[in-house]
Ligand binder design. Structure first.
Ligand SMILES: [Zn+2]
Length: 275
């Protein structure tokens, strides 16, 4: 069953998780908004895509109001297709929320055990990975393009959970909207890296289209990597939304030839009113 449910035209929520854990907010935005927005793209969350700074802040304010999570409680990153995951706490709130300058540098994943902080990352085709512990107290989010995927950011996140005393059989993962295998054509050097990675997982996630051209299933590859590091099928759920196919909903870096906005993935606990 599809884990993502469209709640407003602006965003999807991972419905099961939000229902199972009242106070948790986890989801993914669309490119659409009914509100006023001066962006050239639509509901754009990326500061680095040559859009008006104010328009990006406007998109962020819009989502902040819709999900009822104050913008100065967010953290954001300068994503560089590496595998560095930053453990953040309430003290970090606000960094990267309304500016690229104070975002976490060289960071493609966030992890926290605090509430009152929203982990956010930007996407337009790459794979968003959402993580939560069985008791819900720990959450993580990661950005997995082909580089981050083959370099093992999914596995890296599992290691971060284990460092916190959460064993891998107590972590659930949702694989979010991203480019599908039909839309994602890659060349030989990428497939070489994938093949190296697949030696571990022992299954194929690509097909040859013609000499030097392959279609790659990046979502499935992330799933296989997670299975290979000991998670069970039951612990992993995967979307069927493709950012390129579903053009009325999403920006796609490939489809829009690089000139496009970014969606935002988010996960975090609202602060309890009383403790
Ligand atoms: Zn597609």
């Amino acid at each position: 069953m599809e884990p993502f449910t469209l709640v407003e035209q602006e965003y999807f929520l991972i419905k099961d998780w939000n229902e199972k854990f009242p106070g948790l907010t986890a989801g993914f935005t669309t490119k659409n908004t009914s509100g006023h927005n001066q962006s050239q793209f639509g509901l754009n969350f990326g500061f680095h895509v040559n859009d008006h700074h104010d328009a990006v802040c406007q998109s962020r304010e819009t989502l902040s109001e819709l999900i009822d999570f104050p913008l100065d409680y967010w953290v954001g990153a300068e994503q560089t297709h590496e595998v560095h995951i930053k453990k953040v706490s309430k003290d970090d709130r606000g960094k990267g929320s309304n500016s690229y300058d104070n975002a976490f540098k060289q960071t493609d994943g966030f992890f926290t055990t605090d509430e009152g902080i929203l982990l956010t990352l930007c996407f337009a085709d790459c794979v968003p990975l959402y993580f939560i512990s069985a008791d819900g107290r720990a959450v993580g989010i990661a950005h997995a393009g082909w580089k981050g995927t083959v370099n093992g950011i999914a596995e890296e996140m599992i290691r971060v959970f284990e460092k916190e005393g959460i064993t891998r059989d107590n972590v659930s993962v949702v694989i979010g909207p991203s480019i599908c295998e039909n839309c994602y054509i890659v060349d030989e050097p990428v497939i070489k890296m994938v093949q190296n990675r697949l030696d571990d997982v022992g299954k194929k996630t690509y097909n040859t289209i013609k000499e030097g051209q392959y279609s790659l299933n990046l979502r499935e590859l992330n799933k296989l990597i997670l299975l290979n590091c000991g998670l069970s099928e039951e612990q992993i759920r995967m979307t069927s939304f493709c950012t390129s196919c579903h053009h009325s909903q999403f920006f796609s870096h490939r489809r829009d030839r690089g000139k496009t906005g970014r969606m935002m993935s988010f996960i975090g606990w609202k602060e309890a009113l009383q403790k």
